[in-house]
Write a protein that binds this ligand. Structure first.
Ligand SMILES: NC(=O)c1ccc[n+]([C@@H]2O[C@H](COP(=O)([O-])OP(=O)(O)OC[C@H]3O[C@@H](n4cnc5c(N)ncnc54)[C@H](O)[C@@H]3O)[C@@H](O)[C@H]2O)c1
Length: 250
């Protein structure tokens, strides 16, 4: 028996990193996974891996910044899989810039992916999750809990996710639904491997968020996600759960 037998998980960002590891983990514990991502090839790849391990997965190529797509994705997930028990808002982007160099287009793209897409996908999914007595997990970051030099837009979006989580938790405190955030620290994914650094950054200003330990494998974040999404975490609601190797302990 798996913790997610008979359950449906709608996850974003499944083509890579934490989203991919979470899709594989939940499918391995019995969930039917409906995965969204903008990366069509990556979606096909993770779906193939889930299916070759005997799991169930459907995918939809989706840009989460498109509000109509958020609603259509939820409707299609329910039409195909019958229900939604878990929503995982995992897709996100990150980069460094000096504040004075950030363009309006860059600001809009980051906030649209990291905040707007999360809000509208959540809005579309909530009626179904209330029906299933399920739960929602938002992926924040240590960057939502601390100030990071050269990361003002990213910190702003992840701070928004932290307080969006708490506000959602309060709005639905009397309802049969749980809403939480996981705040990873450095995790070994494409986001970190391809991270755009400012060329002339002062490394002393970055040390507090580079930390002292190696990046975590994404499977460790997926394992925490699986616990929080499971019935074992029944009293965890409105929490921001750090998994950051001590970054925010300082
Ligand atoms: N890797 C880290 O160190 C770290 C630390 C803290 C928080 N996070 C957060 O974890 C989440 C996952 O990041 P990751 O490290 O796995 O990165 P990743 O780059 O490996 O994966 C992100 C996924 O999001 C998808 N995506 C990007 N824009 C999209 C869009 N508009 N619509 C749909 N999908 C889109 C990408 O195609 C990719 O598959 C992000 O929210 C990120 O901010 C990561």
């Amino acid at each position: 028996m798996g913790r997610f037998d008979g359950k449906v998980a709608l996850l974003t960002g499944v083509a890579s990193g934490i989203g991919r590891a979470t899709a594989l983990r939940l499918a391995s514990e019995g969930a039917s996974v409906y995965g969204l991502d903008i990366d069509e090839a990556g979606l096909a790849d993770v779906r193939g891996q889930v299916e070759s391990s005997g799991g169930i997965m459907s995918t939809r190529t989706t840009d989460v910044t498109d509000v109509a797509e958020c609603h259509t994705s939820v409707a299609d997930c329910v039409a195909e899989m019958g229900r939604i028990d878990v929503l995982g808002n995992i897709a996100g982007i990150a980069w460094q810039r000096h504040v004075v160099d950030v363009t309006e287009a860059e600001w809009d793209r980051m906030s649209d992916i990291n905040v707007k897409g999360v809000f509208f996908l959540t809005q579309a999914a909530i009626p179904h999750i209330l029906e299933s007595h399920g739960n929602i997990i938002l992926i924040a970051s240590n960057a939502g809990l601390m100030g990071q030099a050269y990361c003002v837009p990213y910190c702003a979006t992840k701070g928004a996710i932290v307080n969006m989580t708490r506000a959602l938790a309060m709005e639905f405190i009397k309802d049969p639904i749980r809403i939480n955030a996981i705040a990873p620290g450095g995790t070994d994914t494409a986001l970190v491997a391809n991270f755009e650094l400012v060329e002339d950054g002062d490394f002393n200003l970055m040390q507090n968020y580079v930390g002292y330990r190696r990046p975590a494998p994404p499977e460790q974040i997926a394992a925490l996600f699986a616990f929080v999404a499971s019935d074992e975490a029944g009293n965890i609601h409105g929490s921001i759960l750090s998994a950051d190797s001590g970054l925010t302990a300082a």
